[in-house]
Design a protein around this ligand. Structure first.
Ligand code: SAH
Length: 354
């Protein structure tokens, strides 16, 4: 990953314009990879003063529920002492802080590993979790001991490829640069062989999205779970049925923005195709729980009781705590758009909350 990172004195836009000028249009995935490497690498985009707010930044309840879910699995599998907590794209490490605090209370103190490419965010993370071990990608994660892998709003940031059904079959969308603007165009070569069977006959104008990196990551971690044990929890916004069209989007200061303007200055994402991730995990012979809606999952784990307990202990913050819980669970807020899926190998139990 991050094969295409502009050198420091170029903006992502200048780098992409040069590259397209020399070699012709690039895939949407390459455009997104260059833009996001620059976007995340330079600064911390999270929080009310940044561009977007994630679930762990809304309330400690979110990370605590994940910590409880992992603790329950750990207790049921014999309280092993060789555990690793692995987080993919941990942002400000808020989720990890909340989850690890809960785990510690029950005696679970795993080694902590963050897979993070952003230098700016690594600084924030190391200040909060001094004993963390950093990884540029998953290949250097430990080879021994079960892995508890958590990924919240990580898969949506991975580069997406897009295909469109035209009158003459499927074509990949490419990004070109003309008259000072980035534009999406359909490529000339047939992409029919890349389209899964359930989309092949879709009507003209249909769009299919594919995130190659997510399949690679799932495949590698799935193999590790078979060898080393452990579980993986993925939470993100996404869809559980195929055929959702164009989900490539940009967010800047809490508003949707044009993803083709000033790459590297805004958060580019695509919704996660949970059906495909779950399907791949099943093909690998792994256990899959979900996807279920985030709201339903958090409620099944007891977020309501924990919120009331927190509110009882801090009367002046009670309204704020209950509002944060609603934001995480309400179907009109994050409750339905966000989904959770859990994956494991062998006897590692992932059923709680699903
Ligand atoms: N999980 C956090 C942050 C989500 S933002 C939260 O919920 O608040 C996405 C995170 O993924 C950031 O930390 C970003 O730097 C990281 N990231 C994006 N692409 C990455 C990649 N290819 N490899 C590793 N980390 C990546």
């Amino acid at each position: 990953m991050n094969r295409h990172v502009p050198t420091d004195d170029l903006t992502a836009g200048q780098y992409l314009a040069d590259r397209i000028g020399k070699d012709g249009p690039v895939s949407l995935a390459e455009y997104m990879e260059v833009a996001n490497a620059r976007y995340y690498g330079r600064s911390d985009p999270l929080g009310s003063k940044g561009d977007f707010v994630t679930a762990p930044e809304i309330s400690q309840l979110f990370g605590e529920m994940i910590g409880l879910w992992l603790t329950d699995i750990w207790v049921r599998t014999g309280r092993r002492t060789d555990m690793h907590y692995v987080e993919l794209g941990p942002g400000r490490a808020t989720l990890a802080m909340d989850a690890l605090r809960v785990m510690r209370r029950f005696g679970l103190e795993p080694a902590v590993h963050f897979v993070e490419t952003s230098a700016a965010l690594r600084e924030v993370q190391a200040a909060r979790i001094p004993h963390v071990q950093f990884h540029d990608d998953i290949s250097t994660l430990p080879e021994c001991g079960p892995l508890f892998v958590v990924a919240n709003e990580f898969f949506d940031a991975l580069p997406v490829r897009q295909f469109v059904r035209t009158a003459s079959g499927w074509r990949e969308f490419l990004v070109t640069y003309e008259e000072g603007r980035f534009l999406k165009i359909a490529g000339e070569e047939s992409a029919d062989i890349l389209i899964p069977a359930n989309m092949a006959g879709a009507p003209e104008g249909s769009i299919y999205e594919m995130t190659p990196a997510s399949g690679d990551i799932l495949h590698d971690l799935g193999q590790r779970m078979k060898r080393q044990g452990g579980v993986m929890l993925i939470i993100d916004y996404g869809y559980a049925e195929p055929g959702h069209g164009d989900t490539f989007q940009a967010v800047l200061r809490h508003e949707f923005a044009d993803p083709f303007e000033q790459p590297g200055t805004r958060d580019l994402t695509a919704h996660v195709n949970f059906a495909e991730l779950a399907g791949l995990a099943r093909l690998m012979g792994l256990n899959v729980a979900g996807p279920v809606n985030q709201g339903q999952w958090l409620q099944a784990l007891g977020i309501g009781a924990r919120a009331r307990q927190l509110a009882d202990g801090a009367a002046e913050r009670a309204d704020e705590i209950m509002a944060a819980m609603a934001r995480l669970t309400d179907p009109l807020q994050m409750g339905t758009l966000f989904k959770a899926v859990a994956i494991s190998a062998g006897d590692w139990p992932i059923d709680a909350g699903f």
